[in-house]
Design a protein around this ligand. Sequence first.
Ligand code: FES
Length: 152
Amino acid sequence: FPYTTLFRSRPLLFVLRNELDYTGAKFGCGEGQCGACTVLIDGAAHRSCVTPTGSAVGKEITTIEGLADGDKLHPVQEAFIECDAMQCGYCTTGMILSSVALLRKNPSASEAQIKQALEGNICRCGTYNRILAAVQRARQTMLSEARENHRA
Ligand code: FES
């Protein structure tokens, strides 16, 4: 029974955390329901706990560890800090990556669209209002940056 078959069928979350030491993605429910394990695969948000590693081979996987540009945090990370959009922090990386996926796809996402995009990410502390504020703030920052880059 080849090891590679076992490896390919293992959840991506376990490979990221246990083999590669990228512990930013969290194990919550393990059933694709809470969003704590969210990572980006080719830019789209995925639940890594229910994603077989084999299905991600050859694709670009981004965890929270790879989101900043050197010392410069991503605008969504900055906004979460500025808006104090976390309490225990367990859901935070998943919230941030789901938000990044949304804002890259829909830079001017409305409040309703933000809520819809994040409805699969559960925050047990109930920090939703501050998370929403953070995503809206990041949206403004990213739109401003895009305008600046367009002018330059
Ligand atoms: Fe993957 Fe909950 S741990 S969705």
